[in-house]
Design a protein around this ligand. Structure first.
Ligand SMILES: C[S@@+](CC[C@H](N)C(=O)[O-])C[C@H]1O[C@@H](n2cnc3c(N)ncnc32)[C@H](O)[C@@H]1O
Length: 241
């Protein structure tokens, strides 16, 4: 895909994607790998999470994309297959795989390579836009106000379980998954994530923060939620042990 096509495709969702990746990526890595980096359009985002002077290594199978990335910014830009990464074991603290995992011929082999490259305690971050059947809840405004400042919720209804399971199968621990509505764009992380969380899960964390009427309105929103095929952003993180 040409650089400008990819940029145009991701542009409406760039703020959400960047915020979701920032949230998922521990700060301060000295070495990070961007697997399936493409033309390096997100390299600045990853570099921004790293320690000053850290080494960013981008890997892609497409020679033209790697050349474009190398023109964008300094770093180590390598042409290679994600199934056979040209790095030694335990060399990186962060590995990103953004909008790429489901394009690899063997996602499992690529995840195993990510696991091999990461040092103990290192973090893999996988992000993918996808279309899934989901039940968005029309929460009352009071729920968003009460949730302000709390951690991003986990999705309900098994959304994204396939992605989380693939990280576990590749040997990652402490796997956490977030799901965000991609439409409408520009609503921010909490408003994109909360409609995909279930009332039972939220209610346990909002004890004392909502009135009985507001809780009843939330329970009604849960009961009325119906499934629709929706564009979603899934982000999973896993720890290498
Ligand atoms: C949709 S692009 C995403 C690029 C970049 N991560 C981004 O978000 O801007 C997917 C990239 O995966 C790369 N890719 C596909 N199969 C690959 C493989 N087996 N090994 C490495 N890269 C691969 C493609 O060449 C392409 O650049």
């Amino acid at each position: 895909m040409r650089d400008d096509n990819l940029q145009a495709l991701h542009a409406p969702y760039a703020d959400l994607l960047r915020a979701a990746l920032d949230l998922a990526t521990p700060a301060g890595a000295r070495v990070a790998v961007d697997m399936g980096c493409g033309p390096g359009l997100k390299a600045g985002w990853l570099a921004g999470r790293m320690a000053a002077g850290g080494l960013l290594l981008g890997v892609d199978i497409d020679r033209a994309a790697v050349a474009a990335a190398a023109r964008q910014r300094p770093g180590g830009w390598l042409v290679a297959d994600a199934r056979d990464m040209p790095m030694r074991a335990a060399c990186a603290e962060i590995c990103w795989c953004v909008a790429a995992l489901d394009l690899f011929e063997s996602p499992h082999l690529a995840l195993s390579e990510a696991r091999r490259m990461l040092c103990p305690g290192g973090t893999l971050v996988v992000a993918a836009a996808t279309q899934l059947w989901a039940r968005p809840r029309r929460w009352p405004a009071a729920l968003y106000a009460a949730w302000a400042g709390q951690a991003m919720p986990s999705p309900a209804d098994g959304l994204g379980d396939g992605m989380a399971d693939s990280l576990v199968a590749a040997g990652f621990a402490d796997v956490t998954l977030w799901a965000y509505l991609l439409d409408p764009p520009g609503i921010g992380l909490a408003r994109a994530a909360l409609p995909l969380a279930g009332w039972e899960w939220l209610a346990a964390r909002l004890d004392g923060l909502l009135s009985p009427d507001e809780r009843a309105a939330c329970a009604e929103a849960e009961a009325l939620a119906t499934p629709d095929p929706l564009p979603l952003l899934l982000v999973a993180v896993g720890a290498a042990l």
